[in-house]
Design a protein around this ligand. Structure first.
Ligand SMILES: Nc1ncnc2c1ncn2[C@@H]1O[C@H](COP(=O)(O)OP(=O)(O)OP(=O)(O)O)[C@@H](O)[C@H]1O
Ligand SMILES: [Mg+2]
Length: 403
């Protein structure tokens, strides 16, 4: 039986802690879940460390109780401005052209590309090969081919050292050592996007509370990462201000009744809420949706601009997959299709052995992180960079002790 794995998904609305385990069948099973509201993050940056630490403690304690484990270490997701994708290329000479290209040659080429990839003060968390060429000819796999020169193009997903250190400190204060960082949208994509989608071209949009994180895939590989600095909290704030109601009431209105592309038969439905002055007010559903639509439209315009500037728009043959709590907004797939002029589906994590309550878009990142961490075939790097997977596994194995 493999060791349990723990992840922390530190979001702008909640910290989630999940304990899971890889089954012998290869499936990942959730053993325990803890969540706690978090008010110490704005967009994706920590703005109040003690609040983040408190949320982590609460989420971890709940997960410990649920799983019957003492948690001392976890993998953490990282996202936002501090995460970037860097393209790089390298070329290495192949010794003795009579010998075919072997693993060592490929590793040398990848290491040379990696050396030129990240800016200083950033750690490479994931590396994606974009293309190989042998003596200038593109090849899918250079192994066992003959030639003088091997070229490789890679895209590395990096996180700033500062962001990693901040989260690491917060976790340490909460009694949890960070075993490694994972880029949230890369982990989410791994669990939500099919191999066919990634081969044919697809975009992932994680609509969170503070930000929307985007990852674009084509030809089976990551092509672009971006963040739109708007999220569900902006919609709630708009409702709260326009309707003169508390953020809590606005959030409930949005989650229970809000939507976009209002259906004609529901448009006139009266919805009642309390103003901050304690009066009862009524709004028609189409008017509520109108306020939400304005902000949602703005978010999707940013997304469209990001896709355009990535230069990958034409590669997204299968369209976009929306996930995150914001993807629960009624009719968002239809609205997204109109705004982005491509197919949109809502991504729900299902390939996991877990209670139904977590098989919702809100848990897509947490489940993605857990599956990624459970997956033994994955090349994980810590913020320190460069550690091999086996040493990681050894280290992680020591991070847990059964109660
Ligand atoms: N039914 C719903 N309709 C609309 N929005 C919803 C619904 N349910 C949840 N949300 C919104 O989803 C957001 C929370 O999503 P999620 O849990 O993915 O965010 P997060 O991970 O905490 O934030 P981030 O990823 O930005 O750090 C909140 O803004 C919430 O209002
Ligand atoms: Mg999130």
């Amino acid at each position: 039986m493999s060791s349990p794995v723990v992840i922390l998904d530190i979001g702008a609305s909640r910290v989630r802690c999940l304990v899971g385990q890889a089954e012998s069948s290869g499936d990942c099973k959730v053993l325990g879940i803890g969540t706690s509201p978090c008010r110490g993050i704005r967009r994706s940056a920590v703005i109040d460390m003690p609040l983040v630490v408190e949320s982590m403690r609460t989420a971890v304690a709940e997960a410990e109780r649920a799983a019957g484990l003492r948690i001392t270490g976890a993998y953490a997701g990282i996202a936002g401005r501090d995460v970037q994708a860097h393209a790089s290329r390298s070329a290495v000479a192949i010794a003795g052209p009579s010998d075919p290209i072997d693993d060592e040659d490929v590793e040398r080429a990848l290491a040379a590309a990696e050396a030129t990839a990240p800016p200083s003060e950033a750690a490479i968390l994931h590396r994606f090969v974009q293309s190989y060429a042998v003596d200038g000819e593109p090849v899918q796999n250079p192994l066992w081919l003959h030639g003088h020169k091997l070229e490789v193009e890679t895209l590395s997903a990096t996180a700033s050292d500062q962001a990693c250190t901040t989260l690491q400190r917060a976790a340490e204060e909460a009694g949890v050592a960070i075993a490694g960082f994972l880029v949230e949208s890369v982990a989410t994509a791994a669990s939500l996007l099919s191999t066919d989608e990634r081969d044919m071209g697809v975009g992932l949009l994680d609509l969170g509370a503070g930000t929307c994180d985007m990852a674009l895939y084509a030809g089976g590989s990551l092509r672009h990462l971006a963040e739109v600095p708007l999220g569900g909290q902006d919609i709630t704030r708009d409702l709260s201000m326009v309707l003169n109601t508390s953020p809590r009431e606005a959030e409930e209105l949005k989650c229970n009744f809000g939507g976009v592309c209002t259906d004609a038969e529901e448009a006139g439905e009266p919805l009642t809420f309390q103003t901050t002055a304690g009066r009862s007010h009524t709004i028609k559903r189409e008017d509520l949706d109108g306020i939400i639509e304005a902000r949602q439209q703005e978010m999707l315009e940013f997304v469209a601009q990001e896709i355009e500037s990535s230069g990958c728009g034409h590669l997204l043959t299968t369209g976009m997959v929306f996930t995150g709590g914001g993807a629960l907004l009624r009719n968002l797939d239809r609205f997204g299709e109109e705004a982005l002029r491509m197919p949109v589906r809502i991504g729900v994590p299902t390939e996991i052995i877990a209670p139904e309550s977590v098989q919702t878009p809100e848990y897509a990142t947490s489940i993605g992180l857990l599956r990624f961490a459970c997956d033994t075939g994955v090349d994980l790097r810590s913020s320190g960079g460069g550690r091999s997977r086996s040493r990681f596994v050894d280290r992680v194995a020591r991070l847990f002790s059964f109660l």
